[in-house]
Design a protein around this ligand. Structure first.
Ligand code: ADP
Ligand code: MG
Length: 251
């Protein structure tokens, strides 16, 4: 299994002083994070530490209260930002797949290409099939999501995102909802995507994947980045007590 083609262009990300509150509850307390083009960053940390909120701010599924987010040359936090133009560059894969249940696998992978990128239907289908074949699911193009296993649905979600030619991919616990025997297939696709040069920010509890694939591991707790560095350091020899505590519980 492999992604359809090496990545055309990969964007870097720059986040500075990012704050996000829900009412009184400030869940991101001044996040600074830079991701180079083609870099793979794994984001780890306890439940409630703000990992999903951080990812969701990057493509403006949440509106930051303060700070700057840049994706490629694009300033997401510019008040005049074109949200559609930003989201076109940023693919996102969720824990719960979020496929459209009433659409076939193929249609799931073409609808945004046609609507947002204005691609002709035939071209969109050819691109979708290329990505579906690359994740080993070309033969299921005319099925509905409910007819697929969780791992297959997640592979469709990845193919759907890649059909939009993103410059950055965000993954929010992409294997947490999967049966153990299907986790490996999804991780293999992500590993290949990383090798092909995609910029990736991956929230994950898969420490094996982080060790093997991540260029950098970022540990978050309580809405701040507590520690970051090469996987071997952050996972293998963490310097901060909070990181040590967290890893003791998950490893
Ligand atoms: P993580 O992904 O690390 O588990 P989240 O970013 O989901 O953490 O959540 C961080 C905090 O923000 C939690 O306390 C959560 O309850 C709160 N939160 C997340 N989304 C919302 C929301 N839409 N409204 C109110 N509070 C939220
Ligand atoms: Mg989360």
């Amino acid at each position: 299994m492999s992604v359809a083609s090496p990545v055309q262009s990969a964007a870097g990300v720059r986040i500075a002083g990012l704050r996000k509150a829900y009412g009184e509850n400030e869940v991101l307390k001044g996040i600074n994070l830079e991701v180079a083009p083609g870099e793979v960053v794994c984001l780890i940390g306890p439940s409630g530490s703000g990992k999903s909120t951080l990812l969701r701010c990057i493509n403006l599924l949440e509106t930051p209260n303060d700070g700057v987010i840049e994706v490629g040359g694009f300033t997401a936090t510019d008040p005049d930002v074109n949200i559609d133009a930003l989201r076109r560059r940023v693919g996102m894969v969720f824990q719960q797949f979020n496929l459209f249940p009433h659409l076939t696998v193929l249609k799931n992978c073409t609808v945004s290409q046609v609507k947002v990128l204005k691609r002709p239907k035939a071209e969109a289908e050819a691109i979708a099939l290329r990505h579906l074949e690359a994740v080993g699911l070309g033969h299921l193009a005319h099925r509905f999501p409910a007819e697929l296993s969780g791992g297959q649905q997640q592979r469709v979600a990845i193919a759907r995102a890649l059909s939009m030619d993103p410059e950055l991919m965000l993954f929010d616990e992409p294997t947490s909802a999967l049966d153990p025997e299907t986790v490996g297939d999804v991780l293999a696709i992500m590993r290949k995507l990383a090798q092909d040069g995609m910029t990736m920010v991956v929230v994950t509890h898969e420490m094996g994947f982080a060790r093997e694939v991540a260029d950098r591991v970022v540990f978050m707790d309580g809405g701040v980045v507590v520690e970051q560095g090469p996987a071997a350091e952050v996972i293998g020899n963490p310097s901060q007590p909070r990181t040590q505590d967290f890893l003791r519980r998950v490893l």
